[in-house]
Design a protein. Structure first.
Length: 405
């Protein structure tokens, strides 16, 4: 039976976290609610498989969820009741994870639960911004309008993400090709030449770079399994540490300090945060609640850690721009735009302008990096392969020179 970690509030007002054994999230939630606990969140305890990214974790692709919302908005706009819309969409789902979650949501809605609460009950399977947007649409009676706003938000996030991935595809291919070439030389070509070098008076008479290369090739060839096991163990250990609160903040902080790439990640996080915050504010959600939801949407734990202090400052009566300035994450231009939006009552518009501004800067940075990274990687690959080839053929060249004399 799987283990779950439940975060909940007690009747005395305390917030506690405990580990429970249960068949699934829904049954555990019902058991805890019967015991008068206020359940905030339930997540499955990490297993060995979950230490490897992408393995053992249930996910719904953002593009698949976007198509679902486009269909849901169209059905609601056509006048169909929510339950009928869910019945129609449930028949079209092929993803078993999505289909099971949607079936549970439909059953909850039939039982009288609000649509937003039904999505919230699925844990981290759906983004918090979605449930919050649905709740605002339910209060105003404009669920279709809220869904269309969320669709626009998702399309912009997907578009920016696809640009980043497209810019990294070619450099990634070059890196993989260089890794394969070097691997073939180390594991296959160099051992063949070591037999030839024996006829040149022994390995001790070879040039230094050839000795170093032969030593590394011999070590890698004879200890291949140990090296692979060590790399795999290190990767799993790092992944496990990366999932801890301190590890995730540390690693995300390192990412922001990477030359060139760190600047793009920084701008991407600000763009996601401001766009998410603007979408929530436009949906009529209070600013403090919007800030609490938008902070994790930045996609970086260091950002999230600093941004989680902002709602408290705003709740105390401080201005949003001043509270964001204390995080030291935003540029002066972005803060000035947000300050203008606050003073003129056009905060949502200014937040959208900030995200659009950073999107343009990301596009320019990606173009510059792509133009710079490809020749740099080609030069680096050439130097590595040239070093290996020089180390291989230098003894032969010296031998032929001695024979000529």
């Amino acid at each position: 039976m799987p283990e779950f970690i439940a975060k909940m509030g007690t009747a005395d007002g305390d917030v506690i976290e405990r580990v429970y054994l249960s068949e699934n999230v829904d049954s555990l939630r019902r058991d805890l609610e019967r015991k008068d606990f206020l359940v905030f969140s339930i997540r499955r305890k990490a297993s060995f498989a979950s230490l490897i990214p992408g393995l053992g974790r249930k996910r719904i692709k953002m593009k698949e969820f976007l198509v679902f919302n486009q269909q849901l908005a169209a059905l609601i706009q056509a006048g169909l009741p929510i339950i009928s819309c869910l019945d129609v969409l449930l028949e079209r789902r092929k993803n078993p994870v999505f289909k099971k979650a949607l079936s549970d949501i439909r059953d909850q809605v039939k039982a009288g639960t609000a649509l937003s609460e039904a999505f919230t009950s699925q844990g981290d399977l759906f983004p918090p911004i979605y449930s919050a947007s649905l709740a605002s649409g339910e209060r105003s009676g404009e669920v279709a309008s809220v869904l269309r706003r969320y669709i626009v938000h998702t399309k912009k996030v997907l578009g920016l993400k696809s640009k980043v991935i497209a810019a990294l595809i070619y450099p990634a291919i070059l890196f993989c090709m260089s890794f394969v070439v070097v691997g073939v030389l180390i594991y296959y070509v160099i051992p063949k030449f070591s037999e030839i070098y024996e006829g040149f008076g022994g390995i001790e008479n070879l040039p230094l770079i050839t000795k170093v290369l032969l030593a590394f090739s011999t070590f890698a060839t004879h200890n291949a399994l140990i090296m692979v096991g060590g790399i795999l163990a290190g990767f799993i250990g790092f992944s496990a540490w990366r999932r801890t609160p301190s590890g995730s903040v540390t690693v995300d902080g390192w990412i922001l300090k990477i030359p060139l790439v760190g600047g793009i990640v920084h701008k991407y996080c600000i763009s996601r945060f401001t766009r998410t915050l603007g979408t929530l504010v436009a949906g009529g959600i209070p600013l403090v609640n919007s800030l609490e939801i938008a902070a994790p949407a930045a996609g970086n734990k260091l950002f999230e850690k600093r941004l989680t202090k902002v709602p408290g400052r705003v709740r105390e009566g401080n201005a949003l721009a001043g509270s964001l300035e204390e995080t030291r994450l935003f540029s002066d231009l972005a803060l000035e735009m947000i300050k203008v939006g606050e003073s003129t009552g056009a905060l949502q518009e200014m937040l959208d302008n900030v995200s659009s501004l950073y999107d343009e800067e990301i596009d320019d940075s990606l173009q510059n990096i792509e133009a710079l990274m490809v020749p740099v990687m080609l030069v680096f690959m050439g130097m590595v392969i040239a070093f290996i080839m020089l180390a291989i053929y230098l003894p032969l060249i010296k031998s032929y020179g001695m024979q000529g004399h």
